[in-house]
Structures are given as structure tokens and as C-alpha cells.
Write a protein that binds this ligand. Structure first.
Ligand code: SF4
Ligand code: SF4
Length: 444
């Protein structure tokens, strides 16, 4: 991986229109749909049945298997269906549908967990259902668990939020800074990590100031202003820009003595440990050129996206709706898709901003490579993908380091020929995954 000394080549318009928008609770949805897999690991397994009454915060699906995460009821009401649904990205997953009784009644047994040591802390993080809320959605317990087998010297709290439009983490740092402080202190206390760095892009000066003020008497916590460039929040880029360390393909970040955790995840794990309320809601930015009055909303997980769009005043019929930001988000057509744990934004764009420009031939301008933060030979990868022989294709893609692609979309963004570079890289990664798995099984 060849990082540039200063990753400052891609300045995308920030469009942080909701930076001043204090999150407000969305009106009660009629029902919520909670997928059993909202993270990057295995599906959770339902522990309720159709017809059951559930309380807000009640466990409805337990984690099972590697990097799984439990799911909790985000409203009180009645389970009406347990059936597969299709999520953005065309992924089919089992989901629990709950009809909201409108009472938001907490489970009567809900109480804050007792946390006095590392084991109890990690167990609480596991039971909280908190995953990476910046979009990666890796279960936080599985990440923090690395402290057992690695000498962790720094926890890097990711408050970069470099994707345009999204201000969910920004508002968390401003409006629930108490939870951010509590979460940082809990990690320090129980994980015995000597240094915590909270890294924030310098287009969020108010958040930087607030964090500096709150941690002014704690020499173990450093507030690290970052240049506002995309993809500053990508974990490999953040790691390099803050610590100068480079993580190689297949290497675990913990082996370098660093753990990176999203700032909203830190706040949510603190909320669970303080109150016993697991992850049942999150801040979602609703914005885009079709939205007249963009907002930050506090949304029960599982709320249909249609419900969020009804909460903001629109100025035009959307031509495209994205779940997530404009660089990494997915276009969706199914408005009944639910907000999941990793959904930090819903963006609705007018027809004129929704046209996918037709790809033309590569003009060998080299912009894709000049702007790739990990220095990949993007054009070479395209050539390798065209190889008919699978063994040759796999060998070439491996040699070119495709696995190191951090899927930031900088290459696609700058390409004057509008070539679908990221889509092709994803296809290549999928091909390599299957090819290597087949090799391992002796099928090749
Ligand atoms: S998406 Fe493109 S720019 Fe980003 S790391 Fe991959 S090849 Fe490089
Ligand atoms: S930016 Fe686009 S046109 Fe330029 S070299 Fe890369 S793929 Fe070709």
C-alpha cells in the first residue's frame, strides 16, 4: 500500500447543510422492520414469535456466530411477521416486523448493567447491540475484544465524517457530548489504554472546540483536527494521517496497537452502560437537492425510509434516493426499506441531479491513479479484469493489490470518462474472494 504523504487531492463539496440542525425525534412510525443482519458478520437469530408483545429495548434476536450482533425492539408493540426482506444492495435477510403500539414502553426489567472490569465491560458492549455507526457496521464488541490479545496503545475515535451532506456524528459530538465523554472514559478505565485520540475534520470547528473544552484536564485524550479532504474518515487513511502507521492488506489494525471506533458508537455504548437502553435508534441526516428543509432526525431502527421522507418538506419529486452519502451510498427504489443500524443518511436528489452519465473510453489521463489514496494502478486493474483466463486474472489482480482498495470511490468521482471504476473493483474483489475460496477447497 503506497500512501501519499499528504492525502489532500480530493476536495469534494461538503454540502453540510444540516450542520446546525439539532436532531429531533421522528414521529412514531406505524411499524418497524428489523433485519437480523445489520452488520458485517453473521445473522442474529430471533428469540420472539409472531403474536408476541415486545417492549422498547427488549432483545428480539440473539447474536450467533462470528461478528454477529443482537437486535432489540425499537418500539413497543406486537410482532406481526418474521420473514425475509430485501435490503439496499439487493441483499435478502430475515427480518422481524413489529406493529407499533405508540407507547414506547420500556421493558420493565431494563436496568443498567454492572460494569466493574474488562470482562463485564466487553460483555456490556456485546449486549448493547452497538456496531460501527459510521457505515462500516462491524460489531463494536468484536473490535474492542482485540484488547485481550494485543498491546493497544491508542484508541482512535473517528469523528471525521468526511462524506458530503452527513452530519449525524457532528451533531452527536455537539448534542450528546456527555455520552462521548462517558464512552471515552469507560474505554480508558476498563481497557487500560494509555492514549485516546478524537479525530475530527476541521470543518466541524464547534465540535473540535467542545471536545477540547470537555477533555482539557485529561492529558490522555488528544483532540486531533484533520484537514477536510475525502476520504479522511476511511480507517486506513485516518490511521495513516493520525499515527503515520500503514496497515497492510489482511493485517489487523489491532496488531499495530490501534483500534478505531466511530464517535457515535462510543456515545451509544455509553448510553447502554448508563441506562440499560441498547441501540434502538440513531441520528439520520435527511438531505439532498430534492429536499426543501433538510433535517437531522432521531429515528427508531427499522423505520421505513418513506416515513423519513414524509417528515421533511420536499421541493421536487426525487429522481434518485440514496441510503448513505453520495460517495459510498446505495441508490434505492424500495422506499419501504428500513433504516438499519449503519444508516447515517437518506439523500433525495432532483431528477436533474440523478442522471448517470454514460461511460466512454478511457483517455489515459491518470486522474484515477493520482487521486487514489492507496496508490493503486487503477487502469492496470481494469486491464486485468478483462483477462478471460481466470487464473491469469486472479494472479494479475492479486499482484496489483486490488484487495487493498478501500472502496472510497475517489477514482470514479474524478474520471472524466465516467467509467464505473469502483463497481468494477467491487466485482474484481468478489471474483478474487470466490476464486481463493474455491482454491482453498481444492476445487481449482
Ligand atoms: S475506490 Fe478507487 S480511489 Fe478508492 S481505493 Fe479503490 S481504486 Fe483507489
Ligand atoms: S480517470 Fe478515467 S479516463 Fe482517466 S485514466 Fe482513469 S479510467 Fe481512464
Amino acid at each position: 500500500m503506497i500512501f501519499k504523504k499528504n492525502i489532500s487531492s480530493l476536495h469534494v463539496p461538503h454540502n453540510k447543510n444540516t450542520a446546525g440542525s439539532v436532531p429531533v425525534p421522528v414521529s412514531a412510525p406505524r411499524e418497524v422492520v428489523l433485519p437480523m443482519n445489520m452488520q458485517s458478520g453473521h445473522e442474529a437469530v430471533p428469540v420472539v414469535n409472531v403474536g408476541d408483545h415486545v417492549y422498547l429495548g427488549q432483545l428480539i434476536a440473539k447474536e450467533e456466530g462470528r461478528a454477529s450482533s443482537p437486535v432489540h425492539a425499537s418500539v413497543s408493540g406486537t410482532v406481526t411477521e418474521i420473514a425475509p426482506i430485501r435490503l439496499a444492495g439487493d441483499r435478502e435477510v430475515l427480518a422481524i416486523r413489529i406493529e407499533n403500539d405508540g407507547k414506547m414502553e420500556r421493558h420493565p426489567d431494563m436496568k443498567a448493567p454492572v460494569v466493574t472490569n474488562l470482562d463485564e465491560f466487553l460483555e456490556a458492549v456485546r449486549n448493547s447491540g452497538v456496531v460501527g455507526l459510521g457505515g462500516a457496521a462491524f460489531p463494536v464488541w468484536a473490535k474492542l475484544d482485540a484488547v485481550r490479545n494485543n498491546e493497544i496503545e491508542t484508541i482512535l475515535v473517528n469523528g471525521a465524517e468526511c462524506e458530503p451532506y452527513i452530519t449525524s456524528d457532528h451533531r452527536m459530538m455537539l448534542d450528546r457530548s456527555d455520552l462521548v465523554v462517558r464512552g471515552v472514559n469507560l474505554m480508558k478505565e476498563h481497557m487500560k489504554v494509555p492514549r485516546v485520540v478524537i479525530a475530527i475534520e476541521n470543518n466541524k470547528q464547534d465540535a473540535i472546540d467542545k471536545m477540547k473544552e470537555l477533555f482539557r484536564d485529561d492529558p490522555a485524550v488528544e483532540i486531533y483536527p484533520l484537514e477536510t479532504v475525502y476520504p479522511q474518515g476511511a480507517k486506513q487513511v485516518l490511521l495513516y494521517n493520525v499515527t503515520g502507521k500503514v496497515v497492510k492488506g489482511g493485517q489487523r489494525m489491532a496488531s499495530l496497537g490501534v483500534l478505531i471506533i466511530n464517535v457515535s458508537s462510543v456515545a451509544k455504548l455509553a448510553e447502554y452502560i448508563e441506562t440499560g437502553m441498547p441501540l434502538v435508534d440513531r441520528i439520520v441526516t435527511v438531505d439532498g437537492s430534492a429536499v426543501k428543509e433538510p433535517k437531522n432526525l432521531i429515528v427508531p431502527i427499522g423505520t421505513p425510509i418513506r416515513h423519513l421522507l414524509n417528515e421533511v418538506e420536499m421541493k421536487a419529486e426525487p429522481g434518485k434516493i440514496l441510503i448513505g452519502g453520495p460517495m459510498l451510498g446505495h441508490a434505492i427504489t424500495e422506499l419501504d426499506s428500513p433504516v438499519i443500524k449503519a444508516t447515517n443518511a437518506i439523500l433525495a436528489f432532483e431528477e436533474k441531479d440523478s442522471i448517470d452519465l454514460e461511460a466512454s473510453s478511457c483517455i489515459r489521463c491518470g486522474r484515477c491513479m493520482a487521486n487514489c489514496p492507496v496508490g493503486l494502478n487503477v487502469v492496470g486493474i481494469e486491464r486485468a479484469m478483462a483477462k478471460k483466463d481466470e487464473d491469469e486474472r486472479a494472479a494479475a489482480l492479486t499482484k496489483l493489490g486490488l484487495k487493498q482498495c478501500i472502496e472510497c470511490a475517489c477514482c470514479s468521482y474524478v474520471c472524466p470518462a465516467h467509467r464505473p471504476i469502483l463497481a468494477r473493483n467491487l466485482e474484481g474483489k468478489e471474483f478474487l474472494k470466490k476464486y481463493n475460496a474455491a482454491k482453498k477447497e481444492g476445487g481449482k
